[in-house]
Design a protein around this ligand. Structure first.
Ligand code: MG
Length: 165
């Protein structure tokens, strides 16, 4: 198995806790940070980062594995939450839009190659999402290569991804 060079994450119910009141794109700006892993919007809607997210991201970066986001969300709202939680520097070439997640992944790979001169092949990619349909879209885009994990099915906790590296 090829060594994984890039892990691409879904946001809602993967990096962010399912105990959140709403999805990232559903908050009403402005949002404010209330503790290390929580932001709240003007309507009192809380968004909570999964407690495993920070340690997992740090461990991946320590292993020199790149991380990116492939999220179906409104860009401005999602970006603001990520920035407030001090996570904006860690993700590279993220795609936050309503496009096909498989196409997004291929664009992320193109961005790495074009902007960083870093060639990452499909079998060096890991993708994690809680929605089966999105996992299938990405599997198709990667031509059945790489590692696609469905949270809630293949893994229950983010830290389990290290078993598949
Ligand atoms: Mg999700």
């Amino acid at each position: 198995m090829a060594r994984i060079k890039l892990v691409v994450f879904d946001a809602d119910d993967v990096l962010f806790s399912s105990l959140s009141d709403c999805y990232l794109g559903q908050v009403t700006l402005p949002v404010k940070r209330v503790d290390e892993n929580t932001v709240i919007d003007t309507a009192g809607c809380k968004i909570i980062l999964d407690p495993e997210t920070r340690p997992v991201l740090q461990e991946l970066r320590k292993k020199r594995i790149h991380v990116s986001l492939d999220s179906t969300n409104k860009l401005r709202e999602a970006n603001e939450i990520i920035r407030l939680l001090d996570l904006d520097k860690i993700f590279e070439h993220s795609k936050i839009n309503f496009n096909d997640k498989g196409n997004n992944i291929l664009e992320i790979l193109q961005d790495f190659e074009r902007e960083d001169h870093l060639k990452i092949s499909p079998d060096e990619v890991m993708f994690i999402d809680d929605v089966e349909e999105f996992c299938e879209d990405v599997k198709r885009a990667l031509g059945g290569r790489g590692v696609v994990l469905q949270k809630g099915k293949d893994i229950n906790h983010l830290s389990e991804l290290f078993r598949f590296l």
